[in-house]
Design a protein around this ligand. Sequence first.
Ligand SMILES: *Cc1c(COP(=O)(O)O)cnc(C)c1O
Length: 378
Amino acid sequence: MTRKPIRFIDLVAQQERIKDRIDAAIQRTLAHGAYILGPEVGEFESALAKFCGAKHAIGCSNGTDALSLALMAREVGPGHAVFCPSFTFAATAEVVALIGATPYFVDIHEDTFNLDPKSLERAIAEAKRAGLTPAGVISVDLFGQPADYTEIEPVVSEAGLWMICDAAQAFGADYRGRRVGTIGAMTTTSFFPAKPLGAYGDGGAIFTDDDETAAVLRSLLVHGQGADKYDNVRIGMNGRLDTLQAGILIEKLAIFADEIEARNRIAANYNDGLRDVAIVPTVLEGCVSTWAQYTIRTPGKDRGAILARLKDKGVPTAVYYPTPLHRQTAYRQFPAVGNGLPVSDRVAQDVFSLPMHPYLAADDQAYIIESVREAIAA
Ligand SMILES: *Cc1c(COP(=O)(O)O)cnc(C)c1O
């Protein structure tokens, strides 16, 4: 019997579920023709804010620009150190360097892959000794799980810094009764198609509870506009969310809570099937992940060989992330705390991610678990 190919992320299955509503949404935008900042953008922003309980949700062009806009709103610039993990997608540190500040790399907790507050504390002291001005922290909610904010927040506030949460992978997640979007001075997210809540193109959003910050962000994403777009009161950018994408995202947000539940059922099934042969993900007590990635580790085993065997069996995998940023050509020049980041280095060598999406059938889950067990044992 030939199996239907297993997809790493299946956007087709989701599209089939809501195709009529997506088509109707696209047609509505084509009919009214307000392609830029049309009514769907505001509607989507209200729905997003309601979903997570943030006072303001501001749509923007993508998750990278969301971070840039947040840094611009905080007037980050040369001489400032912004602390962030190295075991993340490049955009987290890229925006800091792009604005002329110094990304200062901090290590992570081995069990959650998220920022280690002890390492952060050391980095802040080091940066001061090096003559940099500590400005803020970009904490990443990697693979869909919020960082450990009860540990991180006191370090941030004691140092008098602000915190931006890079929740590009974690919108929809919960941290001990607080929803992602309501933590930190600002939270940013991405609607890149493969993220848990994805558009059919680029998109992003910024969340804040602060009215003043929200007003500055809205100005920044339209070239720093003042009273109107030909009155420019600050240097900004073109950072708007497309009307078409907003219309599509309204329909996807309507089924998102249900999809997060499905992702959690699949993750629980993977955990049960794999915990005796691999290090399965740790979710902090009282937290809910969106499972942007389901990532396991097999320390001491040949990852390349395991992944090759899985490929032969028709099980797609991915490695997020094979090289931490502080080891990459573009980022090597920037400081990393202490004498390096041993945990980031270690996990980069043995992590790999399994297919994860809300429409992964039960028999495919069973086949993946069986294949992973065989590939590890071989
Ligand atoms: C995807 C991602 C981004 C960037 O989002 P884009 O919409 O692709 O610009 C930023 N940070 C993290 C952690 C991401 O995973």
